[in-house]
Ligand binder design. Structure first.
Ligand SMILES: [Zn+2]
Length: 395
């Protein structure tokens, strides 16, 4: 009897220890995602290949070589092919309606299966387009920021999640033909290897290696948080890496600017990360030398943490647009106006008297909203218009 009791006590202790051990593992996993840092050195090796003049602006041959490079990295990381025929989804020419259309591009996709027996049926699509403008007028458009920067993030996240799978399945897709009216991502969703209802979240990066207006500011703009309360919550939860400032904006301020567009159209929650437009956007000057690789590492790290949070969420991720004006936006715009005025004072940025007056007004009005801690729908309309005006007139 006593022996039985002892055995019972021992087995209870063993169970308790097991629980501690498995808790310990969980804590360790959670910490490892929060502490993981994407390495600038690893990103650089991708960027050197993709943004090299030898890739000739990733059109024609240079684009095929880039696609091969992405596939090789996916294979190396141990991703499984996403499409029926492998890692490539052929995208036909949109003008060719014949039975055997000319192939215009290739989407590249691989995936990591989720670990949860139920949640693995739900998908997250991390994506960044790899095509660019090619050679025009005898000049190479290297597209280092647009969008070798995003692809380098994609390859590093694929590598991370292949080693540390999440509860949900994650597809990693590098779209082609973004520069042709998002034709690659539109084709992907119209001929999707995944059931549309099973895609719960889209995470897009386009141009994450420079800064708005070429200014020396630590900001990354994040759009789409308003599309889902769970996504918004996860974005709030992540540890933003030191040296990076996340500026949350509503998608209606910029509209559809990249491959999240077709997902948004289908009411799939998304986040879009971009460090913003700069004077070298769509010019031969968008080169490797001008990239801020450390910033790409910070943005990639933030994206990894968001993807990890969302892919491991126990609750479901729903499309439910929050229309209430958010102070996040006010904070973001307020910070940008401050940095603009500072940059002008330091002689790093030029503004006319009228522009300076306008930016100052936006700064004081947003400072007032932050002090009072509220923004009305009318004030938000003003904020959207003012932000759009600033973007179009200043950059
Ligand atoms: Zn782009």
């Amino acid at each position: 009897m006593q022996r039985l009791l002892l055995a019972l006590i021992f087995s209870l202790i063993a169970i308790a220890n097991l629980a501690v051990a498995s808790d310990g593992v969980e804590v360790e996993q959670a910490e490892s995602a929060a502490e993981t840092i994407v390495s600038a050195q690893d990103l650089l090796s991708h960027l050197e290949y993709l943004a090299s003049p030898d890739r000739r602006g990733r059109d024609d041959w240079g684009k095929i070589e880039s696609a091969d490079y992405i596939i090789a990295r996916f294979e190396e990381s141990g991703l499984q092919p996403l499409f029926e025929d492998g890692f490539i989804q052929a995208v036909p020419d949109f003008n060719d309606k014949s039975a055997d259309p000319i192939i215009m591009g290739r989407n590249i996709g691989g995936f990591v299966e989720g670990t949860d027996p139920l949640l693995k049926r739900e998908w997250i699509v991390v994506n960044a387009h790899y095509d660019h403008l090619g050679v025009r007028g005898g000049k190479i458009f290297p597209g280092a920021d647009d969008n070798a920067s995003g692809v380098s993030m994609l390859l590093e996240l694929a590598k991370h999640f292949a080693k540390n799978p999440a509860r949900r399945s994650i597809a990693f897709v590098s779209f082609d033909l973004e520069e042709h009216l998002l034709w690659g991502s539109r084709w992907f969703l119209a001929h999707c290897p995944l059931e549309e209802e099973s895609i719960r979240f889209c995470l897009t990066a386009d141009m994450i290696g420079r800064s708005l207006g070429g200014l020396d500011i630590p900001t990354v703009f994040v759009m789409g948080a308003e599309t889902s309360p769970q996504v918004s919550h996860c974005l709030d939860q992540i540890a933003v890496p030191e040296g990076l400032e996340v500026a949350r904006l509503g998608t209606d301020i910029v509209g559809t600017r990249s491959d999240y567009g077709p997902f948004r159209y289908r009411k799939i929650p998304f986040l879009f990360f971009s460090t913003g437009e700069h004077p070298d956007y769509h010019t031969p000057e968008d080169t490797l030398e001008k990239l801020d690789i450390d910033k790409i590492a910070l943005v990639s790290t933030a994206m990894l943490r968001v993807a990890d949070q969302i892919a491991n969420l126990p609750s479901s991720i729903e499309w439910d647009v929050d229309e209430t004006p958010s102070l996040h936006e006010v904070r973001a715009i307020n910070s940008v106006t401050k940095q603009l005025l500072e940059a002008e004072e330091m002689g790093e940025f030029e503004m006319t008297d009228l522009q300076r007056l306008f930016v100052s007004q936006v700064k004081s009005k947003t400072s007032y909203m932050l002090r009072t801690g509220k923004i009305s729908p009318t004030e938000r309309t003003w904020l959207v218009r003012s932000t759009q005006l600033m973007m179009f007139s200043l950059f």
